[in-house]
Write a new protein. Structure first.
Lengths: 214, 214
DNA sequence: TAGATTGTTAATCGATTAACAATC
DNA sequence: TAGATTGTTAATCGATTAACAATC
């Protein structure tokens, strides 16, 4: 059970293992082998075992992995066994979608409030969450021990919002503005448009379809 | 000018080059070297040249790359020099955000209509786009020559929506439902929750910060 | 026990980076 | 021309896959 360095590629696969194990558990599956799991996820069995062994030996020779206990281990590794409080800056379309994005509850991330500067929005609620003036951002983060700052604001203000969030003490930033914000805390920049652009590329550069290899 | 296979990693970088070149052009920059561009994008100069040379020799020894012409080349490679018509299935929060997602216009992707099954939504408009009953999906796609199908529907119906879109003739699918839909046409599955989960992981597994290497 | 499957080392593969002749 | 920078080949690095002894 020697722990090795966890590469970004491994980290990116962890949520996918988590999702698949959730499905297996709710389907009542008790145990699974690396081979079966790999098949279901279109991965390689060695890769699955390598990935898990970054964190410890969760399996048993001749048996495989117990779904429930593996799920628990991965939930712990992903730190989804504790709650997170979040705020959203930018109460437009994306901010509104974030405010009640389904799946947040399950992952224990709860949006507590939204922030905007438009007078007509302030004082309203979105999905039951209050919309406050962005001037109150730092105070709110400090007073409510906010863990995660979500940015759904315009590109031009995104970096300064990130700076303010970090200063006020959030532990991570989830950014949807179309530029990479930088911070000394963990940041996930989501570039939805990049994915759409890749789709356009693929539409116009069709490759021989090797999806149906069995 | 020998063309090599274009890996997925290269395709994923193309939108980032495109964005950076847009910035440079609007800043009035006329030419750029692979070294400068790499520095700005936190890439390696060799990588930049390798990437571009997947598609042809766009540079000039001793000079570098002309920003405007390189931008044009990449726009062409990404096939952003033609319009795309799109529909959105699911007129909830995410669907609403997609209906007027900023950046679509610039990338020439225009949402023409949304589809839902909720009676109270049908006949309304969202961001000026009509909301129609999902029963009319196939006919609409055929009659309006829709290129891209966007899925912002519940997980349980996402795959069948994808099947119907494909049958009706869309060329690509942009899926936001929390499962991978499969099709014989290009598909981009966006798992926003996966990114949030990775953020939780990183918050709880802080690594020595090597962001400030200069 | 025999069969199955892990954990882990070794081999392979592909992507990134370095080097440098070509050339503007 | 001299300096700069590309295009491209070679070297390195890291991730994926294969192999197999350990062991349940």
């Amino acid at each position: 059970m020697e722990l090795r360095r966890v590469s970004e590629a491994v980290v990116r696969r962890l949520p996918k293992y988590y999702r698949q194990l959730l499905l297996l558990e709710s389907a009542g599956v008790e145990r699974i082998s690396s081979g079966k799991l790999a098949q279901q996820m279109r991965l390689n069995a060695s890769q699955v075992r390598q990935d898990f062994n970054c964190f410890g030996g969760f399996g048993q020779q001749g048996y495989g992995y117990n779904v429930r206990s593996l799920l628990g281990e991965i939930r712990g590794i992903l730190a989804l066994d504790r709650p997170y409080k979040a705020v959203v800056v930018g109460a437009g379309n994306i901010g509104g979608a974030l405010a009640n994005f389904e799946g947040f509850e399950r992952e224990s991330v709860v949006v507590e409030a939204l922030f905007d500067i438009k007078p007509e929005l302030i004082g309203t609620t979105i999905s039951g969450k209050p919309v406050l003036h962005t001037d109150a951002l730092e105070d709110y983060i400090r007073e409510h021990d906010i863990d995660i700052g979500m940015i759904a604001a315009r590109r031009s203000v995104a970096q300064s919002v990130a700076d303010r969030m970090q200063t006020a003490g959030v532990q991570g930033i989830w950014n949807f503005a179309p530029l990479d914000v930088v911070a000394d805390i963990p940041v996930e920049n989501i570039h939805m448009t990049d994915s759409l652009i890749c789709l356009c590329y693929k539409i116009n550069h069709k490759l021989p379809d090797n999806d149906d290899i069995e």
